[in-house]
Design a protein around this ligand. Structure first.
Ligand SMILES: Nc1ncnc2c1ncn2[C@@H]1O[C@H](COP(=O)(O)OP(=O)(O)OP(=O)(O)O)[C@@H](O)[C@H]1O
Ligand SMILES: [Mg+2]
Length: 356
């Protein structure tokens, strides 16, 4: 385990499995314009070289503090943001090989559900128009068939048929989110990005919406990228977890494995902050690691390892270059020099820990 073992370009979670999504070195940089003339003065490297894959029908949970680049990555995967670099493949199709028109057609295979159902549904349209719109755009079925499908979908997402003729303004947050979900799955997508899809909802409604995502995944064989701040949620819903820090993945692996034995100091800090429900769990929990400061401004990224400015284990190697991914278990990778046998860290002791 002395060298980074996983090349950034071949990070496969399950090499034998069929992947619905494959991202290779994906980047999204935004220009920063300042001054009176608004000229480009720098760039925000919101996503700065991300590679991973999602096996068909599975869920990849993406976590990380605010500003780490989760939403930008989700949108870039769907080419809602044009990537600055790298390639994305969805259901066997490389998106950069599509013309603009072909990409518009291909959108049928990839959809997104946003956090805020109120702003993502057009208040001037009725529910049936909202749900059938993507089918109309992609020229699927006749008007009657689309309406029939909307009725069916409404039932699947757990809303009564008469809601078809309501305005979204007459619905609760959870009901609106159900409409948004029905709309996303109406065109039979392969891949759906869920960007904090439950965080605007009441806690009591969240669990039911999560169950709905699971039902739909099974029914339609959907592959999800589930973006969330809620680590307890991701633990229950995701097969895989990716931890993002300043535009890069720092740890990737099977969810249960990462929760049981987190390897990157950043992941350990994030997981140590999860509230536990009962006292027994609390006793087994590792000591809380308090991260000082916030994610640095992506315009002023530290040299070497981007996490070193907040890492309790920093040692000289961390400033010299950025660590690659080290293989730390089956399909489990961590981007940290502490895994390198040839380097001698001089920080606090590094023991395997276990979270609940
Ligand atoms: N359109 C844009 N133009 C310029 N900078 C942007 C743009 N969108 C995002 N950013 C910047 O990119 C970085 C990542 O933002 P992003 O919204 O992807 O983070 P996030 O992980 O989704 O955060 P949150 O958890 O708060 O939703 C931030 O520094 C943000 O300010
Ligand atoms: Mg976001």
């Amino acid at each position: 385990m002395s060298q980074p073992t996983a090349s950034e370009k071949t990070l496969e979670l399950e090499p034998q499995a069929e992947s619905t999504v494959r991202a290779i070195d994906v980047k999204k940089h935004f220009p920063v314009k300042e001054g009176l003339l608004g000229g480009k003065t720098g760039e925000v490297r919101a996503v700065d070289g991300v590679s991973f894959s999602i096996p068909k029908g599975e869920t990849f949970g993406l976590v990380g503090e605010s500003g780490s680049g989760k939403t930008t990555l989700g949108k870039t995967l769907l080419h809602l943001h044009e990537p600055t670099g790298g390639t994305v493949e969805v259901a066997g199709q490389r998106l950069d090989e599509l013309s603009k028109r072909q990409l518009r057609e291909f959108r049928q295979h990839m959809q997104i559900v946003f956090q805020d159902p109120t702003s993502s549904l057009n208040p001037r349209k009725r529910v049936h128009q909202i749900i059938t719109e993507p089918m109309r755009i992609h020229d699927i079925g006749t008007e009657d068939e689309r309406l029939e499908r909307a009725e069916e979908l409404l039932e699947i997402v757990g809303l009564p048929e008469e809601y078809l003729y309501r305005s979204p303004t007459a619905l609760s947050g959870g009901q609106k989110q159900r409409v948004g979900i029905a709309r996303a799955v109406a065109v039979n997508p392969d891949f759906v990005v869920l960007d904090e899809p439950t965080s605007a909802l009441d806690v009591s409604v969240q669990a039911r919406i999560v169950n709905l995502f699971e039902d739909l995944q099974e029914r339609f064989d959907l592959t999800y990228l589930f973006i969330t701040h809620d680590l307890s949620l991701v633990k229950n819903i995701a097969d895989w977890i990716g931890v993002m820090y300043l535009g890069r993945l720092v740890e990737v692996g099977p969810t249960q494995q990462v929760f049981r034995d987190p390897q990157h100091p950043y992941t350990r800090a994030l997981l140590s902050a999860i509230p536990t429900i009962n006292e027994a769990d609390e006793r087994f929990k590792p000591e809380k690691i308090v991260l000082e400061g916030e994610v640095p401004d992506p315009r002023e990224k530290p040299s070497g390892c981007a996490f070193r400015s907040r890492c309790p284990h920093e040692f000289p190697a961390c400033a010299e270059s950025e660590p690659g991914f080290y293989d730390v278990g089956p399909s489990h990778y961590s981007r940290c020099f502490l895994h390198d046998d040839e380097l001698e860290p001089d920080g606090p002791p590094w023991e395997p820990t276990s979270t609940i």
